[in-house]
Design a protein around this ligand. Structure first.
Ligand code: FES
Ligand SMILES: [Fe+2]
Length: 404
């Protein structure tokens, strides 16, 4: 048993303190179980409310682990719905665009047409279909959809065991009031990574690697000689979800010349956050920095199974880790910020978007090398550091679900 009573991990005795198995990171059979027992049954991030704010607005999202594409649409009646994106005639993919606004959906194979509520409104040469044809029963196959904050989630289970709100639980209640609407603009990055989804996600569940992997980019902002790993976090495991509240910008941090110029133009100092424009939000939400970390910078919110929402006081980032196969993941990152009011603001946003991109590229490069090395199946278990608590939490939570 570790002797340091201050260890974060010791707050959660149910997670244990021993090494964890490495097999779920390279075993295709375990991946198949994760798909069946977790991904097909959980609420999964699909997109954002602003993409479907008005009647007729829609977006399409692929869920490759289930080999399906889902169409999320705000009907002309104002209701948000989701459907499998498949024509009920002979199964052609119905909507081929990623998003937009429309009055309905027409299949490009034989022209069957559906309205924004998913009903089949026109079947080509309707009078000559044969036995069993009933237009009223040939609407688009529905998918459960629900919203929280600025986020749209779907659930591929025919009968979800919990509502989205029940699923998000205490974590969701505390965080929902974050002022998402203050940050309506976003830059989106998508990357196909040749690594298991957990390898990719784990890299965003801890800051233990900052001082090493990110030494060319962000490390010096958070680390000092006194705190070579950065300062101690506050951690909360809330059911299957989790949160790390991260303190401390290094007051001696030397920004790059471009970053310094962006900060200068934005009228900010190092330690005041960053260069992007945005309202400085004082009272963010009860679930933001609930541990009252003194020099709080950001909360990393882990939403089980595959979403991370990182909130700052003047921006937020969402990371979706979409499993494709046991060794392929699509990572979608959205950097959300306030609408720039001046050219200075716009410059700050561009600089920050590039900074985030560079940091993520450092992570993703390592992810692929990790998968390559793990596939040799030589490493059987991982010895996790206390600061890798959330990696442990995810691992143990998943393992429990697979064992059920
Ligand atoms: S498959 Fe869509 S109209 Fe035939
Ligand atoms: Fe990283």
């Amino acid at each position: 048993m570790p002797g340091n009573a201050k260890l974060l991990t010791l707050q959660y005795p149910e997670l244990g303190t021993g090494p964890v198995s490495a097999e779920p990171y390279y075993d295709p059979e375990i991946f198949d179980q994760e798909v069946e027992k977790v991904f097909r049954k959980s609420w999964i991030f699909a997109g954002e409310l602003q993409e479907v704010a008005n009647p007729g607005q829609f977006f399409v999202r692929k869920f490759p682990f289930a080999k399906t594409s889902v169409l999320v649409v705000r009907g002309q009646d104002g209701e948000l719905r989701a459907f499998h994106n498949v024509c009920t005639h002979r199964g052609n993919k119905l909507e081929w665009k990623e998003g937009g606004k429309c009055k309905g959906f027409a299949c490009n194979f034989h022209g069957w047409t559906f309205d924004t509520q998913g009903e089949l409104i026109r079947a080509t040469a309707e009078e000559d279909y044969l036995d069993g044809f009933d237009k009223s029963k040939l609407g688009l196959p529905p998918v459960h959809v629900s919203t929280w904050g600025n986020f749209v989630f779907i659930n591929l289970d025919e009968h979800p065991a919990q509502t989205l709100r029940e699923f998000l639980g205490e974590w969701g209640e505390g965080t929902e009031a974050f002022p998402w609407a203050n940050f309506p603009c976003y830059t989106r990055y998508t990357a196909e990574v040749n690594a298991n989804w957990k390898i990719v996600m784990d890299a965003f569940l801890e800051t233990f690697h900052f001082g090493h992997l990110h030494k060319r980019t962000v490390a010096s902002a958070f680390t000092t000689a006194e705190h070579p790993l950065g300062k101690m976090h506050a951690a909360q495991c809330l059911g299957v979800h989790g949160r790390l509240s991260t303190p401390g910008i290094n007051p001696d941090f030397m920004p790059t010349p471009v970053m310094a110029e962006a900060l200068n133009l934005a009228g900010r100092e190092v330690g005041e956050g960053d260069a992007a424009a945005g309202p400085r939000v004082g009272d963010l939400a009860a679930g933001v920095n609930p541990s009252n970390v003194e020099d709080w910078v950001t909360d990393m919110n882990m939403v089980f199974p595959n979403l991370m929402i990182q909130v700052f006081d003047n921006l937020y980032l969402s990371y979706s880790f979409m499993p494709v196969s046991f060794e392929k993941t699509v990572l979608e990152l959205r950097y959300h910020h306030a609408a720039p009011k001046t050219a200075h603001d716009a410059f700050g946003v561009e600089v920050q978007a590039c900074d985030f991109r560079d940091i993520f590229l450092e992570d993703l490069g390592t992810n692929e090398k990790t998968q390559e090395a793990l596939n040799a199946r030589v490493i059987k278990e991982f010895h996790l550091h206390d600061w890798e608590l959330m990696v442990r939490h995810w691992h143990i939570t998943l393992g429990r679900m697979l064992a059920e």
